[in-house]
Design a protein around this ligand. Structure first.
Ligand code: HBI
Ligand code: FE
Length: 298
């Protein structure tokens, strides 16, 4: 009974019948079809998130946002975003209905096309949804695609993803994406800042990731991150910190295959684990997730 679950499903989650005609899963954004209510939802999200980002988002994010045609009043038009992105880093934004199959996702990224959900979340789910909508994809990801380092890194992830699938190491590579592009922190002159799209587009987690005493903040190490499970249902228990965005460029040059071997040999780590060899910026007290576990047990 659909009414009982009250879940709107998109993309891959909506089932085979919802699969678009195009084999690459792209659709028309349908910009003219957004309703006033949908533009208003965008505005609510945009305004409250924009207030939070000074002092939290890294300089590249703020600058990217400033240089793009992204504002409060309307959901951005992907054609206008692509015009600006193309000139800066050679990327485009293409519309998809939501999550797409892994190989389709990688193929787009390898060709510098960023697949963005065209739908927007409903007012009753402003704070959390698992599916990537236009607010997460455009507000969270597109400003960072103005950075040459991230632009090259995400393309390399797409190329690496196709290879990792063949090698059977997709989980290991997906963790790298998760702990960088989605939930990454970096060191800036004046302290830690966020650059990951999952946190940049989240009202609650953009505060939690930097200010809560609960999560670990640990210096990024590629092989270590490849072994670390992540959470998709709640705030992260650990965030990984890179020195600056150029550090990501190192990973576009290396051969991942030997690293996969090392990662597969080492033990799998739980999201909250801290190791003796970790360089720890902040050792989390774990209070938030402990409370969550108690609540779930009650
Ligand atoms: N599809 N639209 C979309 N967005 C994603 O972030 C995405 C996806 N399909 C697969 C996927 N991510 C990941 O699970 C891969 O990065 C492994
Ligand atoms: Fe994302």
């Amino acid at each position: 009974m659909e009414a009982l679950t009250d879940k709107a499903l998109h993309g891959l989650a909506a089932g085979e019948a919802a699969r678009p005609e195009n084999p690459d899963w792209t659709i028309d954004q349908g910009w003219d079809r957004y309703t006033e209510a949908e533009h208003a939802t965008w505005k609510t999200l945009f305004e409250r998130q924009t207030r939070l980002l000074p002092g939290r988002a890294c300089d590249e994010f703020v600058q990217g946002m400033r240089d793009l045609p992204i504002g409060a009043d309307r959901i951005p038009d992907f054609r206008e975003l692509s015009d600006v992105l193309m000139k800066r880093t050679g990327w485009q934004v293409v519309a998809v209905p939501g999550l797409v199959p892994d190989d389709v996702f990688f193929e787009h990224l390898a060709n510098r096309r960023f697949p963005s959900g065209n739908f927007i979340r409903r007012p009753q789910e402003l704070d959390y949804l698992e599916e990537p909508d236009v607010f997460h994809d455009v507000f969270g990801h597109v400003p960072m695609l103005m950075s040459p380092a991230i632009a090259d890194f995400i393309q390399a992830y797409g190329q690496g993803g196709l290879r990792a699938q063949q090698l059977g190491c997709l989980p290991q590579l997906a963790r790298v994406y998760w702990y960088t592009v989605e939930f990454g922190l970096l060191q800036q002159g004046d302290g830690l800042r966020l650059y990951g799209a999952g946190i940049a587009s989240s009202y609650t987690e953009s505060q939690f990731c930097l200010e809560s005493p609960s999560p670990n903040r640990i210096r990024f190490d590629l092989e270590r991150v490849m072994r670390t499970h992540y959470r998709i249902d709640d705030f992260q228990e650990s965030y990984f910190v890179i020195r600056d965005l150029d550090e990501l460029l190192d990973f576009t040059r290396i051969d991942f295959a030997p690293l996969y071997d090392a990662a597969l040999r080492g033990p799998e780590l739980q999201p909250g684990d801290v190791l003796a060899q970790d360089r720890v910026f902040h050792r989390g007290d774990g209070s938030y997730h402990r409370q969550q576990r108690q609540r779930n047990a009650a």
